[in-house]
Write a protein that binds this ligand. Structure first.
Ligand SMILES: Nc1ncnc2c1ncn2[C@@H]1O[C@H](COP(=O)(O)OP(=O)(O)O)[C@@H](O)[C@H]1O
Ligand SMILES: [Mg+2]
Length: 329
């Protein structure tokens, strides 16, 4: 199932609780697609990066080649937030009257640590990576952060484009207002006094610049939203363990994703106790079956793929290729 998705889709998101095997399974799927001749970009959006640990080498915030056809990158949340804040504050500076600039700065300083800011920044980065990545790669695989976080990210494109839309409309109103004032007073400097007119902030910059930035951003979020909702190109895979809580959280996560118009196409039940390995594991297996029954009853239409618990940790390309063989069977 995983391989079919890797062969047929352009974007795969992997989500689920911490420790269930998102990083391992998403990397194995990316590697499988690369081995089959696709060019693949594997991206970690989890601030607790572990792609580097998995591949046992340093992976930075730019795509790095790991194997033939496979590049990987880890989004750096701090770097992403900084860049995002700089861009937002830049647009706000240009939007707001000059005497409010220090207020904008104060607000931005406070916002840096506000809840949601990191998600907004990561979302913008995801949108960028999707936009650029689709031009260069056949497939982009996202290894995401634990459940709640990811589901929130998926509804964000809608919110962010609404927010940007609001800014554009406010800006348009302000432009009209300035035009009226100028017409009434016959004095073009009134507008300059209100909105500032330093060299960088000439009328032209304001007129085309701000609108361009905001339009660009709106377009980017809209594209991401459309891309996420495009069932032919994008799939979400939930990774879980056959235990009570991960099963319940999976059912919840699927519902949240459905609301955000994102289709879950595969449930990977990882670390299944192997058969014929003694009575202890047999007992675990039958308990796992009970949890899997709950899962299948709640989500009967979503295909499932089980992956056996392996004797050893999965570290490095060879171990990962071993896992690729298993999921290819
Ligand atoms: N099928 C498996 N068998 C054995 N160990 C596994 C398996 N899948 C994952 N692991 C191990 O479980 C740990 C957590 O996996 P990881 O992929 O980092 O989870 P997540 O990204 O969901 O937090 C890692 O040490 C990994 O090697
Ligand atoms: Mg991980």
């Amino acid at each position: 199932m995983l391989l079919e998705l890797a062969q047929s889709k352009r974007i795969l998101f992997f989500g689920g609780k911490g420790g269930v095997g998102k990083t391992t399974v998403s990397a194995a799927t990316a590697l499988a697609a690369a081995n089959a001749g696709k060019s693949v970009l594997l991206v970690s959006t989890d601030p607790a990066h572990n792609l580097g640990h998995l591949f046992d080498r340093k992976i930075g915030s730019k795509p790095k080649k790991l194997s033939a056809g496979l590049d990987a990158m880890e989004m750096d949340p701090d770097e992403t937030v900084k860049k995002h804040m700089a861009e937002v504050s830049n647009s706000l500076h240009r939007l707001m009257p000059i005497n409010l600039r220090s207020e904008v700065d104060k607000h931005m300083k406070l916002s840096k640590d506000a809840p949601g800011m990191q998600e907004a920044a990561i979302l913008e980065r995801i949108a960028e990576v999707v936009e650029e990545g689709l031009k260069k790669y056949d497939l982009i695989v996202f290894d995401t952060a634990p459940s709640g976080h990811t589901a929130r990210l998926m509804v964000l494109p809608e919110m962010m484009s609404a927010w940007t839309e609001g800014l554009i409309q406010r800006r348009e109103k302000a432009d009209k207002f300035a035009e009226i004032v100028r017409d009434m007073s016959g004095d073009s400097s009134v507008e300059d006094k209100v909105f500032g007119n330093d060299a960088q902030d000439s009328d032209k910059m304001r007129e085309s610049g701000i609108r361009q930035i905001l339009n660009r951003r709106r377009e980017r979020f809209n594209n991401l939203r459309d891309q996420l909702a495009d069932e032919d190109e994008t799939s979400f895979v939930i990774v879980l363990a056959a235990e009570r809580l991960p099963v319940l959280e999976t059912i919840e996560l699927e519902a949240q994703l459905q609301q955000a118009n994102v289709k879950v196409d595969c449930l990977v039940v990882n670390k299944r106790s192997p058969k014929g390995e003694g009575s202890f594991l047999e007992e675990r297996r039958s308990q796992e079956e009970a949890h899997i029954t709950t899962l299948s009853k709640a989500l009967p239409k979503i295909p499932r793929q089980d992956i056996s618990l392996l004797a050893k940790d999965i570290v490095g390309l060879d171990a990962l290729n071993g896992l690729v063989e298993r999921i290819s069977k």
